[in-house]
Write a protein that binds this ligand. Structure first.
Ligand SMILES: [Zn+2]
Ligand SMILES: [Zn+2]
Length: 259
Protein backbone atom coordinates (compact mmCIF):
# COMPACT_ATOMS: atom_id res chain seq x y z
CA UNK A 1 0.00 0.00 0.00
CA UNK A 2 1.51 3.34 -0.97
CA UNK A 3 1.90 6.30 1.35
CA UNK A 4 -0.94 8.28 -0.31
CA UNK A 5 -3.60 5.61 0.23
CA UNK A 6 -2.39 5.04 3.83
CA UNK A 7 -2.80 8.77 4.51
CA UNK A 8 -6.28 8.73 2.92
CA UNK A 9 -7.38 5.81 5.08
CA UNK A 10 -6.01 7.52 8.20
CA UNK A 11 -7.92 10.69 7.32
CA UNK A 12 -11.17 8.75 6.82
CA UNK A 13 -10.74 6.93 10.14
CA UNK A 14 -9.99 10.25 11.89
CA UNK A 15 -13.12 11.83 10.37
CA UNK A 16 -15.24 8.84 11.44
CA UNK A 17 -13.86 8.99 14.98
CA UNK A 18 -14.48 12.74 15.20
CA UNK A 19 -18.13 12.22 14.08
CA UNK A 20 -18.53 9.52 16.75
CA UNK A 21 -16.98 11.74 19.42
CA UNK A 22 -19.19 14.68 18.44
CA UNK A 23 -22.19 12.53 19.48
CA UNK A 24 -24.30 13.73 16.56
CA UNK A 25 -26.52 11.44 14.52
CA UNK A 26 -28.59 11.90 11.40
CA UNK A 27 -32.42 12.01 11.37
CA UNK A 28 -33.85 8.88 9.73
CA UNK A 29 -36.47 10.95 7.87
CA UNK A 30 -35.06 14.36 6.91
CA UNK A 31 -31.33 13.55 7.25
CA UNK A 32 -30.78 16.64 9.40
CA UNK A 33 -28.09 16.36 12.07
CA UNK A 34 -29.62 15.68 15.48
CA UNK A 35 -28.44 14.68 18.95
CA UNK A 36 -28.11 10.94 19.58
CA UNK A 37 -31.41 9.43 20.71
CA UNK A 38 -34.23 7.53 19.11
CA UNK A 39 -33.08 8.51 15.59
CA UNK A 40 -35.38 11.38 14.60
CA UNK A 41 -34.89 15.14 14.91
CA UNK A 42 -37.32 16.98 17.21
CA UNK A 43 -39.44 18.23 14.27
CA UNK A 44 -39.82 14.76 12.70
CA UNK A 45 -40.52 13.18 16.09
CA UNK A 46 -43.30 15.73 16.68
CA UNK A 47 -44.75 15.05 13.21
CA UNK A 48 -45.38 11.33 13.86
CA UNK A 49 -49.14 10.79 13.43
CA UNK A 50 -51.04 10.12 16.66
CA UNK A 51 -54.85 9.98 16.67
CA UNK A 52 -56.70 12.66 18.61
CA UNK A 53 -59.45 10.13 19.39
CA UNK A 54 -59.21 6.39 19.19
CA UNK A 55 -61.44 3.42 20.02
CA UNK A 56 -61.02 2.54 23.71
CA UNK A 57 -60.70 -1.18 22.89
CA UNK A 58 -58.75 -1.50 19.61
CA UNK A 59 -57.25 2.01 19.20
CA UNK A 60 -58.68 2.53 15.74
CA UNK A 61 -58.78 6.28 15.08
CA UNK A 62 -62.41 7.45 15.42
CA UNK A 63 -64.29 10.75 15.25
CA UNK A 64 -64.00 13.07 18.26
CA UNK A 65 -66.15 11.96 21.20
CA UNK A 66 -66.74 8.40 19.91
CA UNK A 67 -65.86 5.76 22.52
CA UNK A 68 -65.88 2.55 20.43
CA UNK A 69 -65.36 1.87 16.72
CA UNK A 70 -68.10 0.15 14.68
CA UNK A 71 -66.43 -3.28 15.04
CA UNK A 72 -66.00 -3.07 18.83
CA UNK A 73 -69.60 -1.89 19.23
CA UNK A 74 -70.72 -5.14 17.59
CA UNK A 75 -68.65 -7.61 19.59
CA UNK A 76 -66.31 -8.05 22.55
CA UNK A 77 -62.55 -8.23 21.93
CA UNK A 78 -60.53 -11.08 23.42
CA UNK A 79 -57.60 -8.86 24.41
CA UNK A 80 -58.11 -6.90 27.63
CA UNK A 81 -56.19 -3.70 26.96
CA UNK A 82 -54.70 -2.45 23.72
CA UNK A 83 -51.95 0.14 23.22
CA UNK A 84 -51.04 1.39 19.73
CA UNK A 85 -49.94 5.02 19.97
CA UNK A 86 -49.32 5.80 16.28
CA UNK A 87 -51.43 5.77 13.12
CA UNK A 88 -50.12 3.45 10.41
CA UNK A 89 -49.76 6.11 7.76
CA UNK A 90 -46.86 8.12 6.34
CA UNK A 91 -44.14 8.40 7.72
CA UNK A 92 -44.75 5.60 10.29
CA UNK A 93 -45.63 3.08 7.57
CA UNK A 94 -42.41 3.95 5.70
CA UNK A 95 -40.25 3.47 8.81
CA UNK A 96 -41.86 0.10 9.59
CA UNK A 97 -41.43 -1.08 5.99
CA UNK A 98 -37.75 -0.06 6.02
CA UNK A 99 -37.26 -2.12 9.18
CA UNK A 100 -39.27 -5.10 7.94
CA UNK A 101 -38.26 -5.42 4.33
CA UNK A 102 -34.82 -3.73 4.22
CA UNK A 103 -33.75 -4.82 7.70
CA UNK A 104 -33.04 -1.25 8.82
CA UNK A 105 -33.97 -2.05 12.42
CA UNK A 106 -32.85 1.39 13.62
CA UNK A 107 -36.00 2.73 11.93
CA UNK A 108 -38.29 1.31 14.63
CA UNK A 109 -36.36 2.88 17.52
CA UNK A 110 -38.33 6.17 17.51
CA UNK A 111 -41.60 4.21 17.23
CA UNK A 112 -40.67 1.94 20.16
CA UNK A 113 -39.86 5.09 22.11
CA UNK A 114 -43.45 6.39 21.43
CA UNK A 115 -44.85 3.02 22.52
CA UNK A 116 -42.82 3.15 25.73
CA UNK A 117 -44.19 6.61 26.53
CA UNK A 118 -47.76 5.38 25.93
CA UNK A 119 -47.13 2.34 28.16
CA UNK A 120 -45.72 4.54 30.93
CA UNK A 121 -48.92 6.60 30.85
CA UNK A 122 -51.24 3.56 30.95
CA UNK A 123 -49.45 1.12 33.27
CA UNK A 124 -48.10 1.62 36.74
CA UNK A 125 -48.88 1.64 40.41
CA UNK A 126 -51.76 4.13 40.48
CA UNK A 127 -55.29 3.03 41.30
CA UNK A 128 -56.73 3.68 37.84
CA UNK A 129 -53.68 2.36 35.97
CA UNK A 130 -53.32 -1.04 34.37
CA UNK A 131 -51.21 -3.75 36.06
CA UNK A 132 -47.97 -4.66 34.25
CA UNK A 133 -48.03 -8.06 32.50
CA UNK A 134 -45.85 -10.88 33.83
CA UNK A 135 -44.26 -11.51 30.41
CA UNK A 136 -44.28 -10.44 26.75
CA UNK A 137 -44.97 -12.72 23.77
CA UNK A 138 -44.06 -11.48 20.28
CA UNK A 139 -46.62 -12.52 17.65
CA UNK A 140 -44.70 -15.31 15.86
CA UNK A 141 -44.14 -15.62 12.14
CA UNK A 142 -44.68 -18.86 10.25
CA UNK A 143 -41.34 -20.68 10.06
CA UNK A 144 -41.18 -20.28 6.28
CA UNK A 145 -41.74 -16.52 6.46
CA UNK A 146 -39.17 -16.31 9.26
CA UNK A 147 -36.68 -18.17 7.10
CA UNK A 148 -37.31 -15.94 4.09
CA UNK A 149 -37.19 -12.68 6.07
CA UNK A 150 -34.44 -13.77 8.45
CA UNK A 151 -35.95 -12.14 11.53
CA UNK A 152 -39.24 -11.34 13.25
CA UNK A 153 -39.76 -7.61 13.77
CA UNK A 154 -42.27 -8.30 16.58
CA UNK A 155 -39.58 -10.30 18.44
CA UNK A 156 -37.08 -7.45 17.99
CA UNK A 157 -39.60 -4.94 19.44
CA UNK A 158 -40.50 -7.30 22.31
CA UNK A 159 -36.82 -7.80 23.23
CA UNK A 160 -36.23 -4.06 23.24
CA UNK A 161 -39.31 -3.40 25.38
CA UNK A 162 -38.51 -6.32 27.68
CA UNK A 163 -35.03 -4.95 28.37
CA UNK A 164 -36.21 -1.38 28.91
CA UNK A 165 -39.20 -2.32 31.08
CA UNK A 166 -37.54 -5.27 32.82
CA UNK A 167 -40.32 -7.66 31.80
CA UNK A 168 -39.35 -11.19 30.64
CA UNK A 169 -39.91 -12.10 26.97
CA UNK A 170 -41.13 -15.56 25.93
CA UNK A 171 -39.91 -15.68 22.32
CA UNK A 172 -40.52 -19.33 21.52
CA UNK A 173 -43.49 -20.46 23.60
CA UNK A 174 -46.01 -20.26 20.77
CA UNK A 175 -45.77 -21.45 17.20
CA UNK A 176 -47.53 -20.32 14.08
CA UNK A 177 -48.84 -23.47 12.47
CA UNK A 178 -50.10 -22.31 9.16
CA UNK A 179 -49.06 -19.80 6.65
CA UNK A 180 -52.02 -17.46 6.50
CA UNK A 181 -52.98 -15.87 3.21
CA UNK A 182 -51.95 -12.26 2.80
CA UNK A 183 -54.48 -10.34 4.91
CA UNK A 184 -54.51 -7.35 2.59
CA UNK A 185 -57.72 -6.96 0.65
CA UNK A 186 -59.66 -9.40 2.84
CA UNK A 187 -62.79 -8.32 4.69
CA UNK A 188 -62.77 -8.42 8.51
CA UNK A 189 -64.85 -11.65 8.44
CA UNK A 190 -62.49 -13.28 5.92
CA UNK A 191 -59.49 -12.28 8.07
CA UNK A 192 -61.08 -13.92 11.13
CA UNK A 193 -61.52 -17.19 9.21
CA UNK A 194 -58.03 -16.87 7.75
CA UNK A 195 -56.24 -16.79 11.12
CA UNK A 196 -58.45 -19.17 13.16
CA UNK A 197 -56.41 -22.00 14.72
CA UNK A 198 -53.07 -20.95 13.29
CA UNK A 199 -51.23 -20.87 16.63
CA UNK A 200 -50.25 -23.68 18.97
CA UNK A 201 -48.43 -23.83 22.30
CA UNK A 202 -44.81 -25.00 22.02
CA UNK A 203 -43.81 -24.66 25.70
CA UNK A 204 -46.21 -24.32 28.67
CA UNK A 205 -47.02 -20.70 29.46
CA UNK A 206 -47.22 -20.35 33.23
CA UNK A 207 -48.49 -16.79 33.47
CA UNK A 208 -51.89 -15.35 34.25
CA UNK A 209 -51.31 -12.01 32.56
CA UNK A 210 -49.40 -11.53 29.28
CA UNK A 211 -48.92 -8.85 26.66
CA UNK A 212 -48.66 -9.71 22.96
CA UNK A 213 -46.26 -7.53 20.98
CA UNK A 214 -46.59 -6.78 17.27
CA UNK A 215 -45.54 -4.04 14.87
CA UNK A 216 -48.87 -3.14 13.27
CA UNK A 217 -52.44 -3.83 14.39
CA UNK A 218 -54.82 -4.16 11.45
CA UNK A 219 -58.15 -5.74 12.47
CA UNK A 220 -56.87 -7.55 15.55
CA UNK A 221 -57.90 -10.94 14.12
CA UNK A 222 -54.38 -12.41 14.34
CA UNK A 223 -53.93 -11.21 17.93
CA UNK A 224 -57.36 -12.55 18.91
CA UNK A 225 -56.54 -15.93 17.46
CA UNK A 226 -53.40 -16.02 19.61
CA UNK A 227 -55.41 -14.78 22.64
CA UNK A 228 -57.82 -17.68 22.14
CA UNK A 229 -54.94 -20.18 22.10
CA UNK A 230 -53.33 -18.68 25.23
CA UNK A 231 -56.60 -18.40 27.19
CA UNK A 232 -57.29 -22.09 26.45
CA UNK A 233 -53.99 -22.76 28.30
CA UNK A 234 -55.19 -20.94 31.42
CA UNK A 235 -53.92 -17.42 30.74
CA UNK A 236 -56.47 -15.08 32.33
CA UNK A 237 -55.62 -11.78 30.71
CA UNK A 238 -53.90 -10.85 27.45
CA UNK A 239 -53.02 -7.25 26.53
CA UNK A 240 -51.92 -6.14 23.10
CA UNK A 241 -49.05 -3.72 22.46
CA UNK A 242 -48.35 -2.49 18.93
CA UNK A 243 -46.42 0.38 17.43
CA UNK A 244 -49.22 1.53 15.14
CA UNK A 245 -52.87 0.95 14.23
CA UNK A 246 -54.19 1.02 10.68
CA UNK A 247 -56.87 3.68 10.25
CA UNK A 248 -60.40 2.92 9.04
CA UNK A 249 -61.76 4.01 5.65
CA UNK A 250 -63.33 7.16 7.08
CA UNK A 251 -60.06 8.32 8.64
CA UNK A 252 -58.80 11.75 7.60
CA UNK A 253 -55.29 13.05 8.38
CA UNK A 254 -56.95 16.04 10.13
CA UNK A 255 -57.86 13.57 12.92
CA UNK A 256 -54.18 13.48 13.88
CA UNK A 257 -53.21 15.25 17.09
CA UNK A 258 -51.37 18.45 16.31
CA UNK A 259 -49.51 18.86 19.60
ZN1 LIG B 1 -35.95 15.03 10.83
ZN1 LIG C 1 -62.44 -0.72 18.23
Amino acid sequence: MDLLSQTGIRRLVAQGLSLCRSRVSVCLLCLARCPPGPGLCAACMASLPMPTWSCQRCREPVAAGVELCACCRQRERLFAHCIAPLVYTCPVSGLIKRAKYSRQLLCVRPLVSCLQQALAAEYGEGKSQQPWPEALIPVPLHWWKLRCRGFNLAAFIARRLGTQLDVPVLPSHVRRLGSTRNQQGLSARARQANVRQVFSIKKPVRCRHLALVDDVLTTGATAESLCRTLCAQGVKRVDLWCLARTPGHEYRPTDIAKD
